[in-house]
Structure formats: structure tokens, C-alpha cells
Design a protein around this ligand. Sequence first.
Ligand code: KG4
Ligand code: ZN
Length: 347
Amino acid sequence: MILLAIESSCDETAAAVVEDGRHVRSDIVHTQLEEHSLYGGVVPEIASRRHVEMIGAVTRRALEEAGLPLEAVDGVAVTAMPGLIGALLVGLNFAKGLAYAAGKPVIPVHHIRGHIAAAYLAYPELTPPFLALVVSGGHSHIVRVEDYTRFTVVGRTRDDAAGEAFDKAARVMGLRYPGGPAIDRAAREGTPRYPLPRPHIEGAPYDFSFSGLKTAVINLWHNAEQKGETLSVPDLAASFQQAAVGMLVDHTMRAAAELGADKLVLAGGVAANSLLRETLQARCDALGCALYLPPLSLCSDNAAMIGAQGYYEAQALMASHGGVIPPMLDLNARAVCGLERMGIQSM
Ligand code: KG4
Ligand code: ZN
């Protein structure tokens, strides 16, 4: 099964062609990063407008690079939830229009399920069940992937997402958006010498809380400013990164040990963090758990991962609808939607 996949949930306009959920025929990403960095974060209205401008050209290039006309694909997979609603609607409506015109089914994909599926592209031998740590600008989840379309969230953030905490901590230190890569780079030159809290949630050992850590960085910075002192940006970046990564790794490895996981997948934009990758590798080696680390290009938002998950969603839809994918022309986008149940009425 060959799927055209479309992703527009945040600030990347992306299209890809993926075969049988595992083989990438083309993968085109247009990022709006430069424009949003002028404002210190993603401006939803600008994101939607850029998607409208770029989506046609990006999709055409994905088909051209795959060497296929639209008629040759078996369906159009598209991120329908969660994300910025205006941004999602651009991709979803474009996908529905294409699918309708070509007489193909449209397959809705949950963005976070897509991030997890990026690992199927990097590791053809990987099959569920496994444990996944999904850390992006909007989500921080520890998930048990029971099967390709069955998920149990075992840990989640109670406040900020990990990427959001990186972005906000970076902003207070005067580093440019997106803060994650900037902190990663700055931390390489620094020593983690500032003490920072690592909050735990009583009775929920796999859950995360990043807002206390973020506030501690902000307070440290402002108190120093008031005293006319300057803090070392590399040292503060290293201190923040050590605390944030420490929490992610400790909670995930505790879940892996207690739930008896023998495979762990790292996914989402924050999965690009070098300290997180190194530390998880060392801890997984010690536990005897196989770690699956997709390349950086598959960690940030892309459409290939949507095509990978779209294939498995299509298989599940066909299995429950007598071998065909229902038309779903009433499909709508959702800004907020749990990972476990996509909650699409037509399904
Ligand atoms: O998955 P993603 O591309 O978009 C969302 O779905 O949110 O994740 C973007 C997030 C941003 O918060 C960015 O700062 C963070 O991933 N990020 C990183 C690194 N690279 C990107 N965080 C820490 N270290 C990095 N190297
Ligand atoms: Zn994402």
C-alpha cells in the first residue's frame, strides 16, 4: 500500500510518500522556523497562512520525487489531531480535497502516534509491543505501544511539555527560538554548577512536572539581574539540561524496569537532544533494554512518520470495516485529542 502523507499541525509544511508503512519514497519538509523565531515562538495565524501558501508545492514535490502521479497512491494520510487548529485545518482540508478528487480514501493520523511511528522507518525490524518516550514541544508522554494502533499512556506531564520548558528556559537566557537546540549547543561549553529542582509527583512516579524547573531558572536569572550579577549562560544551560534530562530518563527507566520493557523507543523533537540520547543509551545498556533512536530528521515534524502510522491506521480501519476504508468526508480537525482513542466519530 502506497500512501501520500501530509503534516501541517505546527510550523512545518510536510508531504511524503511511504510504502507499506516502512519504506520512504519521498520526504519533503518546509520549515517556517526562521519566520517564527523573529517572534520568539510559533504565531498560529502566520503558521496557517504559510501552510496555505506552501502545501500545494510541497505535495507536488513529494509526488514528483517518488516518481508517482496522485492516481498511483492508495490513499492520503493526514495529521488530523492534535495541534494548532488553523494549521491542522489547512492540511486536513487539502488532503480531503485531493482524496475526493482522486477517488482515494483519506486516513486521519494522530500526530503523536506519528512521532512514535518514525521509529518503524528507521528500524524495519521493530515491532510492538514496546515502551516509548515521546517528548515534543507540546507533549511529554511515556506510552506503552501495545500494538500498532493500541496505546496505553503510563506517564504524562502535569503542566509544561519538555520542549516547551527548553524553549522558555532558553528565552530567559536570551537564546533564540527554538530553545531546545540552542540549550543543547550552549550546554556543551558549560558545567552544570547551578542547583535546580527535579520535581516528583507524589503517587505518580512516571508523570512529569517541568513548570517548577522552568520557574527556578527564571527566578535564578532575575535574582542575579537584580543584584547586578551575570550568570554564565553555558553553565545555566548545562544545569537546566541536566535536570530536565535527568527527570525524563529517571522516570522512563523506572517505567521500563517496573513494566518489564525490553524495547524502548525515543520520539519527538526533544529526542534530538544529545544528552538525552547519550544518557538513555547508557541506562538502557545497563538494564539490558534495546533502545531505538531515530535519526534527527525523523525526530522533528515530518510527513514520512504520518505515512508510516497512516499505513497501520488504514489496516485497522479495513479490518473493522469489511476490508474497505470508509470515506470519512465529514472528518474534522481537533486541537486536543488523547493518544489512546483518536475519537473520530466516523470510525
Ligand atoms: O516534535 P516537534 O518538532 O514539534 C512538536 O510537535 O512540538 O518538537 C519541537 C520541540 C521544540 O520545543 C524544540 O525546542 C525541541 O523540540 N527540540 C529540542 C532539541 N531539538 C528540538 N529540545 C532539546 N534538545 C534539542 N536538541
Ligand atoms: Zn511534533
